[in-house]
Design a protein around this ligand. Structure first.
Ligand code: AKG
Length: 331
C-alpha cells in the first residue's frame, strides 16, 4: 500500500514542533559496536544508543508475519491486504477472545523471541552491563492502531524494584516511519536533576503514577532538550536507560497501517530482578490483568489502557458502554 502524504506530527493529539532547535534525528552508533567502552561512554553521555539495521531485516519480517497473523485471528488486522501491511481490521473477535492466551502466544512466539532474546540485542546489553545479562521475563510487543500513541514517561518507576541498572530495547517490527507512530525521546533527559529529584524516585504501582505529561511542548518547556526520533527501518534497534524521558508519536497512517514494535528490558543476571516482571508467575500491575494495549476501547483506563481486566476465561470484562458484538463503543 502506498501512503505518500505526510501529515503534521502529533503526540497524544498535541502538535510536535519540528523546528531544528526543538526536534532532531537519532545519530547511529553502529561504528561503536566493536568497542564496549565506547558504547558505555555514549550511553552515559546521551542516555540512548541507536543502531541502524542491527538485526537482519528478514529475521524481523519473520517476527512481523508471526505476530500480525495472530492479530488477524482477532480481526485486528485485515488480511484481505498483505499481512505485512498491517492494515487495521474490524476487531470483531477481540471482545470474546481469550486475550490472556492471545497475549502469551504473541510473547512466546519463536520468531518474536528471536528478536528480543537474540544475539544482536544481548550483545549490546552485555557490553553496557559488563557481565552476564538476563532479559526480563515480561516482554512488551505493541500493536498501535491509527489514532493511538503513548504518553511521556521514564521506565525507571515501572521497572526499578530490583535494580535500576536496566536498559530497554525498542525494536520496530518492520519499517515504522515517524508518521506511523515512531518512538521519540527527549535528548539528554536522563541527566535532568529535576527528574532525579522527583519523578524518578517513584514506584509506578505503589504511587499510582500516570504519564508525566501528554503534551510534548509542556515536557520540553520543563526539561529542555530536543525531541529525537527517526523513520525506523526493519532491523533498527534503540536502546535507552531507565532515566530517559520518552513516549511515541501518534500513528497517523493514511492507509490505516498499525504500528508493530517491541520493547524489552535487560539487566545483569547477578542483580535482583523486579518481581512485577520476573518469575514464573510475575505479578505485572496486579489483579487479573492482561497486557493488551489499546486506547479508549473495551475497558480499563488504569495504566493508560495498556492493561485490561479479564475474567477467569481470559476474556475482557467489558465496560457497560461497549457493544459486545463488535467490540466497539456504542455511538
Ligand atoms: O512503543 C511505545 O509506544 C512505547 C514504548 C515505551 O514506552 C518503552 O519502550 O518504554
Amino acid at each position: 500500500m502506498n501512503d505518500s502524504a505526510e501529515p503534521p506530527l502529533t503526540a497524544n493529539g498535541y502538535p510536535v514542533d519540528t523546528a531544528p532547535d526543538r526536534f532532531g534525528e537519532f545519530s547511529p552508533a553502529n561504528d561503536l559496536l566493536a568497542d564496549p567502552e565506547a558504547l558505555r561512554e555514549r550511553m552515559a553521555a546521551d542516555g540512548h544508543l541507536f543502531f541502524r539495521r542491527l538485526i537482519d531485516p528478514e529475521i524481523v519480517t519473520d517476527a512481523r508475519i508471526e505476530v500480525l497473523t495472530k492479530y488477524a485471528i482477532l480481526g485486528e488486522v485485515d488480511d484481505r491486504f498483505p499481512i505485512t501491511d498491517a492494515i487495521a481490521g474490524d476487531r470483531h473477535a477481540v471482545a470474546t477472545a481469550n486475550v490472556r492466551a492471545f497475549s502469551e502466544s504473541v510473547r512466546n512466539g519463536r520468531c518474536y523471541r528471536r528478536i528480543t532474546d537474540g544475539p544482536e540485542i544481548l550483545g549490546v546489553q552485555a557490553a553496557l552491563l559488563e557481565g552476564d545479562v538476563r532479559i526480563f521475563d515480561m516482554r512488551w510487543p505493541r500493536f498501535v492502531r491509527p489514532g493511538e500513541g503513548c504518553g511521556f514517561h521514564c521506565d525507571g518507576p515501572y521497572m526499578n524494584r530490583g535494580t535500576s541498572r536496566i536498559f530497554s530495547a525498542w525494536v520496530p517490527l518492520g519499517d515504522v516511519r515517524r508518521s506511523d507512530g515512531a518512538l521519540m525521546l527527549l535528548e539528554r533527559s536522563h541527566a535532568s536533576e529535576r527528574l532525579h529529584a522527583g519523578y524518578l524516585r517513584a514506584d509506578a504501582d505503589r504511587d499510582g503514577l500516570q504519564w508525566l505529561d501528554d503534551d510534548p511542548s509542556v515536557v520540553q518547556a520543563e526539561y529542555g532538550g530536543r525531541w529525537l526520533t527517526t523513520d525506523f527501518e526493519a532491523g533498527d534497534v534503540l536502546v535507552f536507560g531507565m532515566h530517559t524521558l520518552h513516549g511515541a508519536l501518534d500513528n497517523h497512517s493514511a492507509v490505516g497501517r498499525c504500528r508493530l514494535s517491541s520493547d524489552s528490558r535487560y539487566q545483569r543476571a547477578d542483580e535482583p530482578a523486579d518481581p512485577r516482571w520476573n518469575g514464573a508467575d510475575f505479578e505485572g500491575h496486579g489483579g487479573r490483568r492482561v497486557f493488551y494495549p489499546g486506547l479508549g476501547r473495551w475497558n480499563n483506563e488504569d495504566f493508560q489502557d495498556e492493561w485490561k481486566d479479564i475474567d477467569e476465561h481470559g476474556r475482557m470484562i467489558l465496560r457497560t458502554d461497549v457493544d459486545t458484538d463488535h467490540g466497539e463503543e456504542q455511538p
